[in-house]
Design a protein around this ligand. Structure first.
Ligand code: HSE
Length: 398
């Protein structure tokens, strides 16, 4: 009997134990042999837990148990999660993870170590929560040169923007609800400032373009400055506001950034609401594919991690390690990428039209105006905006 261990007993760890127990037979069939939960690594006692006899605070028990073939790291962060992942791989165990921070920052190093030790390193749950996304990208679309990946990659911010737009909720109320539903990170700053989406964008770029991108180099803007006025004006102009992570192939590397965008109401991403995520992949043979599903939450994320556990067991003789790319490749400055822009300004129509003659401004309940420009780079936009009292500007997905 093959054993697996779960490191971490938070939202995802609890869900993983539940999903693995619920679908034990089916997962064992997928793995090709029976699997049994060996340990759950915890930081505290849980005397009332149905898994209390599996709980341990001692990682060395897992590390030294030869029957444990797979370790699921769902701790999060780059501290203990990194140390235990490394030690598990060095002990000859496959590691699966939903930890986007760890995969974005140390994934290439852990993947190289896994290859050296002949074990799998899988991280389907690290991007898009429960959406089967990384396997389709790497395997089903192997016949494609991937030219662009972009999408809604954070459930918390999409939940907040949806609640603000649909129900007129304020930012804090919507954030609290997302936290209560188990969508947000331990520190929600990573969600609302776009850092979580940035890590996921880095992983998608790594897998798509072959360069291991430093997430810290990705220009990242979150949603904290998105005002109710923006949601109202965007709607009047025929758009939805979405936080998008985008990465596109360039001649010498790629261009990657995370920013709030105005998405045309007719675009498929505009109707992706609440905790749902969606990722568009543009490939040379297939054209554009959009994968959509729950991007956060206990069981959806556990679904992806459980699939990885079964896959790692099935492929013990043929370890699976996605290619997170090699260092190199130029990260092109996002500012140079021309696009239409949405501008919110406090301005009389004649001033707006003097600066942007093609604009068709609309006015919101607070009296501010919003309009969409023709395509231009960010520096060109900033130059044209000098004559206006600009409150906000965001890219428009063209
Ligand atoms: N906090 C993340 C989100 C969890 O809201 O998308 C899933 O990665």
């Amino acid at each position: 009997m093959i054993k697996y261990a779960i490191l971490g007993f938070g939202v995802v760890g609890t869900g993983l134990a539940e999903v693995m127990a619920d679908q034990r037979k089916k997962l064992s069939a997928a793995a090709g042999q029976a699997m049994e939960l060996g340990y759950i690594l915890v930081r505290h006692d849980y005397p009332d837990s149905p898994w209390r006899d599996k709980l341990t605070q001692d990682f060395s028990l897992i590390e030294n148990d030869p029957d444990v073939a797979v370790v699921a790291e769902v701790i999060g962060g780059c501290g203990a999660a990194y140390e235990y992942s490394r030690r598990a791989i060095l002990a000859g165990k496959s590691v699966v993870s939903s930890n986007k921070e760890l995969v974005a920052v140390h994934g290439a190093e852990l993947a190289a170590l896994a290859r050296e030790k002949g074990v799998s390193y899988l991280f389907e749950g690290s991007v898009g929560g429960g959406i089967p996304l990384l396997r389709p990208l790497c395997r089903c679309l192997a016949a494609n040169r991937i030219d662009e990946v972009y999408g809604i990659l954070n459930g918390t911010t999409n939940y907040i923007l949806t609640a603000m737009a649909r129900e007129g909720q304020d930012f804090q109320t919507a954030l609290k609800a997302a936290q209560a539903l188990g969508y947000a990170e331990a520190d929600p700053t990573a969600d609302v400032e776009g850092i979580d989406a940035c890590r996921k964008t880095a992983i998608l770029a790594d897998l798509s373009f072959g360069y291991n991108i430093d997430p810290a180099a990705i220009l990242t803007t979150g949603i904290t400055a998105v005002a109710p006025d923006d949601l109202e004006l965007a709607q009047s102009l025929g758009y939805a506001v979405k936080l998008l992570g985008r990465a596109a192939r360039t001649e010498t590397g790629c261009c990657a950034f995370v920013e709030p965008h105005l998405v045309p109401a007719s675009h498929i991403l505009a109707s992706v609401n609440g905790v749902m995520n969606a990722c568009a992949i543009r490939g040379s043979a297939v054209g554009e594919v959009v994968l959509c599903g729950p991007g956060a939450g206990s069981h959806p994320t556990a679904s992806a991690v459980a699939g990885d556990i079964a896959d790692a067991v099935r492929h013990r003789a043929d370890p699976q390690v996605p290619d997170l790319g090699a260092p190199g490749g130029v990260l092109a400055p996002a500012a140079a990428l021309a696009s239409p822009w949405y501008v919110r300004a406090d301005g009389a129509p004649d001033r707006v039209l003097a600066a942007f003659p093609q604009a068709r401004p609309v006015y919101g309940s607070s009296g501010e105006c919003g309009f969409v420009t023709e395509p231009m780079t960010r520096p060109a936009l900033e130059e044209r905006c000098k004559a206006l009292d600009v409150r906000a500007f965001y890219r428009v997905l063209a």
